[in-house]
Design a protein around this ligand. Structure first.
Ligand code: FAD
Ligand code: SF4
Length: 463
């Protein structure tokens, strides 16, 4: 037992060094550090941490295995609930999930559950240990649209039940946001994401890339002509929102999606890449979520001075605490309680600055957060030569438009039952950001899991 009130610190790249490279910031625990941190877990009889985990990983069980130095055993425990532990251990907002509930967090610091999960998953990969096994073929075929965390999880769970599963993915590489959105310095692609996708393939899942459902073929084609018994839609929420302010279509204004896709998926930061990326000397990122932090830290690594302009205060920043902390350490400047109202453009239609309105916080709004209100007349000009809009995303309307009988809500999100993913259309299930709007990796995985069970129940006449 380790009675320390504070967690074993995790090794990280120095802030000054990492601000100039795309290597992973957090270096993770070594064997001794992991066991020492595992020994802080009280192995609670009623583990509150598990209640905070959207896929209910048996947390005290896997931590006990680490204490016993049985890391393969720990990997087996995690694999019962999660298909992407090396990813989740890195990107889940643990402070509001498992770690937010850990009893050790009441008087001191919560057990570092995320870093321990990552340690186990990295060990398994480095030792070629694959915990999950494919099921006996049952002769039924399921199509999965999208290869993000929801699609990969649904496909993996169905393959474990013996289904013949094909994922259809619009991009040339599988992984969804894990590949095109979240940068290398938080989630290495070749070292971490790709092997985790390979594990799903080892269960027999086929991945057909460069197929846009709604263009290359439709959901009705899959069900009526291609012999699929059911479809899962995990197409995410990749359509960026803009502010509709003057100057927004100028050169030098990117959506965060475009900026990150160029850099992450197309590797524009490498000298040998075919895809170009333009980064200014002084970049303004508008927004305060994980996407804004990723865009800001990417622009910084490409050599810019970066300002994050956010209309609420630090307390309301939706990004993970760790990401905000890392961004500050690296030298990102936060201009809080401020909101752009116009983008200034030069004679060549390039961005040259912004008009910014200062804000104050009013009463809480429907989301429970205090509403930002303009301070009348309090505006100023900020010079910049590039703007990255990171205001959130919505689902692409293509699937809705090409699938008769598939209901969506006023935000364009597919309507699906939370418990099993069933949509308004028979044999069609959905989950992840396509249903909830932009959310988290683990919620998308939870939805993929629930839908796999829903599809299994449906195809076996239990629903
Ligand atoms: C920059 C960024 C940073 C983030 N950081 C975090 C974080 O730190 N922690 C966290 O928990 N979450 C984070 N998120 C959110 C998280 O990544 C998403 O909630 C999660 O990936 C949603 O998973 P999904 O499977 O629903 O969709 P996605 O990951 O979006 O995958 C959908 C896939 O479907 C494909 N697709 C779409 N339409 C079609 C079609 N018609 N035909 C075929 N394929 C199609 C897309 O190309 C994509 O590959 C971040 C998101 C972004 C953009
Ligand atoms: S709540 Fe914290 S101390 Fe208790 S079992 Fe979970 S991780 Fe261990």
């Amino acid at each position: 037992m380790n009675n320390s009130m504070t967690r074993v610190p995790v090794r990280e790249q120095d802030a000054k060094v990492r601000a100039t490279n795309f290597d992973e910031v957090c270096l993770g625990y070594n064997d001794e550090e992991a066991v020492l941190e595992a020994e802080r877990c009280l192995n609670c009889k009623n583990p509150l941490c598990m209640k905070g985990c959207p896929v209910s990983i048996h947390i005290p069980d896997f931590i006990t295995k680490i204490k016993e130095k049985d890391i393969a055993g720990a990997a087996d425990v995690i694999a019962l609930s999660s298909a992407l532990p090396a990813v989740c251990g890195r990107v889940c907002p643990q402070e509001t999930q498992c770690e937010g509930k850990c009893v050790r967090g009441i008087k001191g610091e919560a057990v570092s559950i995320g870093k321990l999960e990552r340690y186990v998953a990295d060990w398994a990969r480095e030792h070629d240990y694959v915990a999950a096994k494919a099921g006996e073929p049952n002769g039924k075929k399921v199509a999965v649209i999208g290869s993000g965390p929801s699609g990969l999880t649904c496909a993996g769970d169905l393959a474990k039940l013996g289904y013949d599963v094909t994922i259809f993915e619009a991009f040339h590489q599988p992984g969804g946001v894990l590949v095109y959105g979240i940068p290398e310095f938080r989630l290495p692609k070749d070292r971490v994401v790709r092997p985790e996708i390979e594990n799903v393939k080892k269960l027999g899942v086929k991945i057909d890339t460069n197929v846009i459902v709604g263009r290359s073929l439709t959901i009705d084609d899959l069900l009526n002509d291609e012999g699929f018994d059911a479809v899962f839609v995990g197409s995410g929420a990749g359509l960026p929102r803009f502010m509709n302010i003057p100057g927004e279509s100028a050169n030098g204004v990117y959506s965060a999606n475009e900026f990150l896709t160029r850099n992450n998926l197309m590797k524009a930061f490498r000298e040998d890449a075919d895809t170009p990326i333009k980064v200014g000397k002084k970049v303004v990122v508008v927004g305060g979520g994980n996407v804004a932090m990723d865009a800001a830290r990417t622009a910084l690594r490409l050599g810019a001075e970066v300002h994050v302009v956010y209309r609420r205060s630090e307390e309301e920043l939706p990004a993970r605490v760790e990401e905000v902390h890392h961004a500050k350490e690296e030298g990102i400047i936060f201009d809080l309680l401020q909101n752009p109202v116009e983008i200034y453009v030069d004679e060549n239609d390039w961005v040259k600055g912004m008009k910014i309105q200062r804000m104050k916080l009013g009463e809480p709004d429907a989301s429970g957060r205090r509403r930002p209100e303009e301070i009348p007349g309090d505006v100023y000009d900020l010079d910049c030569d590039m703007v990255i809009m990171s205001l959130g995303t919505s689902p692409n309307p293509l699937i809705k438009q090409t699938t008769e009988g598939l209901d969506t809500n006023k935000h364009g999100c597919i309507i699906a039952k939370e418990e099993n993913g069933q949509t308004s259309k028979t044999a069609v299930f959905a989950g992840g950001d396509a249903v909830t709007g932009a959310a988290t990796v683990i919620l998308a995985m939870g939805a993929g899991k629930a839908a796999a069970k829903g599809i299994d129940d449906f195809l076996n006449g239990r629903a």
